[in-house]
Design a protein around this ligand. Structure first.
Ligand SMILES: NC(=O)C1=CN([C@@H]2O[C@H](COP(=O)(O)OP(=O)(O)OC[C@H]3O[C@@H](n4cnc5c(N)ncnc54)[C@H](OP(=O)(O)O)[C@@H]3O)[C@@H](O)[C@H]2O)[C@@H](O)CC1
Ligand SMILES: Nc1ncnc2c1ncn2[C@@H]1O[C@H](COP(=O)(O)OP(=O)(O)O)[C@@H](O)[C@H]1O
Ligand SMILES: [K+]
Length: 499
């Protein structure tokens, strides 16, 4: 698990590394710049490319100057430096790198606040104007310059963070930020890279290791962390030699209506392939033929709700394609009343809970809720931005002792301990109908197999995304949910075998 740290904590990590490695500040800047350049070369391999490095006068600008020098040393022939003199308060390392650049005789153009920037003729812009030292939204000449740069629609690569973007607090909707194709960021992604608002200014980001003290970073107080594959490997258990189907639990999936039987099938198929010992689907009787034809391994439960033998099941998933009519409400109420084991609430189950907060209050502790953003806002109220949603998740999850999985490109998982875990696996190729049903099937299966609620949510989300990544690598530009439901067992096998 990698802690995500704030801009302030990053500064402390810089200082700690400088004092304890020990390393001179200027040498740490050099190391960061070397790390940037090694990734930049992969992005822009052509040495004749015209590159303009836009520098501020703080340490981000210092990085920019070092990067310009290092690129020239790597035989990039057309590198020029533009210094935006937004302040006269320069840093020592900026000054030192300016001296080094001037010795090389690289073209350096300096612009003062009142100056108008000429139209940029270079093909690639490196944004080293401001980094994590941003302390207020851009204004005045800096804002004007950045607006002008954005209009030119160049290939922009930012150093550490796009100029104007806060690392860990929300930018207002009208704030001006450099629009980037790639951010090469130092040591950790910034919180805001992981929230959907960043999409308007960041197409891709990549983190490079600049050798900050990891022990210090991991000891920082932070309630935000990134899930790593080794975390999932340590969760996943091997299947024992003398185990049998009874060892791996019995999942009940309550899903589907006449027009949405597919949701029940997808959930059940994913559950089966994730390793649940037995899987039963409670579906309308008109769905029986489909279920028996498509998934002969899955048993069916049909008929009156009060006939369900709740004690047979180790875990329940309720909601995909269930509808929100009276019958669905009755099934949900019955689940809340009768089932004592771990439960996943998804889709229409969440919609029913949103419509009646007294039902939401009955959801047992350690249940897993898997809303997408609309379901989340229906459950917990409208939000102005994702920073607010993160706070709400934390509050609701700790107060209600629930695991909340807020699905997105980078799905967030809130634990009742107050921690928020970010998952980085997954791909936009997974943005297709039924994908959430598959996730629900994976999570309920893990619950039935005896994993704790937080383990099942973390492993489920990670493996779901990882299966998507693997299919994309096999050539799928869009992944049908059923394809992923059939792939998941292979993904689990691979993650487990690399232990
Ligand atoms: N420390 C290290 O060893 C390492 C650091 N590294 C690099 O340092 C970067 C952080 O550098 P930094 O702290 O110097 O801040 P930076 O982003 O350059 O800006 C500071 C300047 O911005 C100004 N300013 C702020 N907001 C403003 C606004 N809205 N509009 C106008 N001005 C504004 C502020 O002015 P002030 O408000 O103080 O007057 C100050 O002059 C980090 O992202 C990474 O790239 C790496 O080399 C690794 C080693
Ligand atoms: N752009 C994306 N990148 C990564 N994962 C995605 C993306 N879009 C959707 N997903 C994943 O697909 C699933 C969609 O869930 P949901 O919206 O409930 O779909 P459905 O209701 O069709 O089943 C979530 O797990 C989400 O994380
Ligand atoms: K920058």
């Amino acid at each position: 698990m990698q802690k995500i740290i704030s801009a302030v904590q990053t500064r402390l990590a810089d200082q700690f590394t400088i004092a304890n490695e020990p390393i001179a500040s200027i040498d740490l800047m050099e190391r960061a710049s070397v790390a940037f350049v090694s990734r930049f070369i992969e992005e822009v391999p052509l040495k004749t490319t015209m590159i303009a490095v836009y520098c501020g006068v703080g340490n981000n600008g210092g990085d920019g100057l070092a990067i310009a020098r290092l690129l020239a040393a790597k035989s990039y022939m057309n590198v020029k430096v533009i210094i935006l003199q937004h302040s006269f308060k320069t840093t020592i390392d900026f000054e030192e790198n300016l001296r080094r650049v001037q010795q090389l005789k690289l073209p350096v153009h300096i612009f003062q606040s009142e100056d108008v920037l000429p139209i940029e003729t270079s093909e690639v812009i490196i944004d080293a104007i401001l980094g994590s030292g941003l302390n207020k939204p851009l204004e005045g000449s800096l804002k004007k310059w950045v607006e002008q740069l954005n209009q030119q629609k160049k290939h922009v690569i930012a150093v550490d963070i796009p100029t104007g973007m806060f690392a860990d607090e929300p930018n207002s909707a009208d704030s001006v930020v450099v629009k980037t194709d790639l951010v090469i960021s130092f040591q950790r992604p910034k919180l805001n890279f992981l929230l959907p608002e960043s999409a308007s200014v960041i197409k891709r980001w990549h983190v490079v290791d600049i050798g900050l003290d990891e022990h210090f970073i991991q000891s920082c107080e932070s309630e935000l962390a990134l899930i790593e594959e080794k975390d999932i490997q340590s969760i996943l258990k091997k299947r024992d030699n003398f185990s049998h189907k009874g060892t791996y639990g019995h999942s009940l999936i309550i899903a589907g209506q006449e027009e949405t039987m597919g949701a029940a099938l997808l959930t059940a198929e994913a559950c089966l392939n994730t390793g649940s010992g037995l899987t039963t689907a409670y579906v309308p009787s008109l769905g029986l033929v489909a279920l028996n034809t498509r998934l002969p391994e899955v048993m069916a439960a049909i008929g009156e709700v009060d006939k369900i033998q709740w004690e047979k099941y180790s875990a329940v998933a309720i909601g995909p394609g269930l509808g929100t009519d009276d019958h669905s409400i009755e099934i949900l109420k019955s689940t809340l009343k009768n089932f004592r084991g771990p439960c996943v609430f998804d889709a229409d189950a969440l919609n029913v809970l949103s419509a009646d907060s007294s039902l939401l209050d009955l959801v047992p502790e350690q249940s897993v809720l898997t809303p997408h953003v609309k379901e989340f806002d229906r459950l917990f109220g409208a939000h102005e931005n994702w920073t607010q949603r993160v706070k709400t998740m934390q509050k609701e999850s700790t107060e209600r002792e629930l695991i909340i999985v807020l699905k997105n490109r980078y799905t967030l998982i809130a634990s009742p301990t107050g921690m928020i875990y970010f998952n980085l696996t997954g791909t936009p190729a997974m943005a297709s109908g039924g994908m959430g049903d598959v996730l629900t099937g994976i999570i309920v299966s893990l619950l039935a197999q005896g994993y704790s609620a937080i383990q099942a949510a973390m492993a489920g989300v990670y493996l779901h995304g990882k299966a998507g990544n693997e299919l994309e690598e096999l050539g799928y530009s869009v992944i049908p949910a059923s394809k992923l439901a059939r792939r998941i067992n292979k993904t689990i096998g691979k993650v487990r075998s690399t232990k």
